[in-house]
Write a protein that binds this ligand. Structure first.
Ligand code: SF4
Length: 253
């Protein structure tokens, strides 16, 4: 294993696997920047496309979003009262980064710190996400756009409720439509279930490339664990690293 690769895995706090007999695991070829090269297209595994609008994004009663640009959409979100979370939020959390980024990371919902700062993925989970992105040559606000399924914090960081996801997901879909990312990294169960329309576990959804259709456009997507989960279950970080390598084989950030 080369030094650069060891540094990346160290930054992610991922244990370096060693084969029985203490033989180092052969490192896959990496370029000088530590990027894993693209695999041949024939090596990719793709599911049938999923029309995200039909996968749990209830549109009934939604204000018309089709004509809204990015700033108008952010304004609409900031004034939104479509579900009860508007009552307990300090502020809405719209996104970090800008349309046109090649990758879009989709998480679950703001936590206490995000509610405080108005930015997704801050605190320890945000730091881990930034390290993960850095290890593959990506950075929030540069070539990565970050958003959550819910724009308001569920009290006590409880799981989002189905009605809240249904109320809020049209905003996410419009964000994706406007941002036109080349790739979606779906972090955690709620991002995956909202955009893939699957109630499968992360374990059953990761390890392959999905296709998400938004506004008639198909976008490749990879499912991985949410950084907050990885902080609680550090032994799963090696799987997240494998997911990042799959993401790199799917689309360069
Ligand atoms: S979570 Fe979404 S739908 Fe609910 S109030 Fe906030 S912005 Fe509106």
């Amino acid at each position: 294993m080369n030094t650069r690769r060891q540094q990346i895995l160290g930054a992610l706090e991922i244990p370096i696997w060693v084969l029985r007999g203490n033989e180092p695991v052969p490192a896959s070829p990496a370029d000088p920047a530590g990027h894993v090269p693209l695999a041949a297209p024939s090596q990719r595994t793709q599911d049938e496309p999923v029309r995200a609008q039909e996968a749990g994004a209830a549109q009934a009663g939604m204000p018309r979003l089709a004509g809204l640009d990015w700033d108008s959409l952010a304004h609409a979100v900031s004034a939104c009262t479509r579900c009860g979370l508007c009552k307990s939020r300090k502020q809405t959390v719209f996104a970090a980064g800008h349309p046109g980024a090649s990758w879009m990371v989709v998480g679950e919902a703001p936590g206490a710190e995000e509610d405080q700062h108005g930015e997704p993925f801050v605190g320890q989970a945000g730091k881990l996400l930034d390290n993960m992105l850095r290890s593959v040559g990506a950075a929030r606000g540069h070539n990565v756009l970050i958003a959550n399924v819910l724009k308001c914090r569920p009290p006590g960081n409880r799981n989002p409720e189905a009605a809240e996801v249904a109320a809020c997901s049209p905003y996410l879909l419009r964000q994706i439509e406007l941002a036109q990312p080349g790739f979606l990294l779906l972090m955690g169960k709620f991002a995956a279930s909202t955009l893939l329309g699957s109630e499968g576990s992360i374990a059953s959804l990761r390890g392959r490339t999905h296709q998400v259709e938004v506004a008639g456009r198909q976008i490749p997507a990879v499912v991985t664990y949410h950084p907050a989960y990885l902080l609680r279950q550090p032994e799963e970080k090696a799987k997240a690293w494998a997911d990042l390598k799959l993401a790199l084989r799917t689309a360069q950030p």
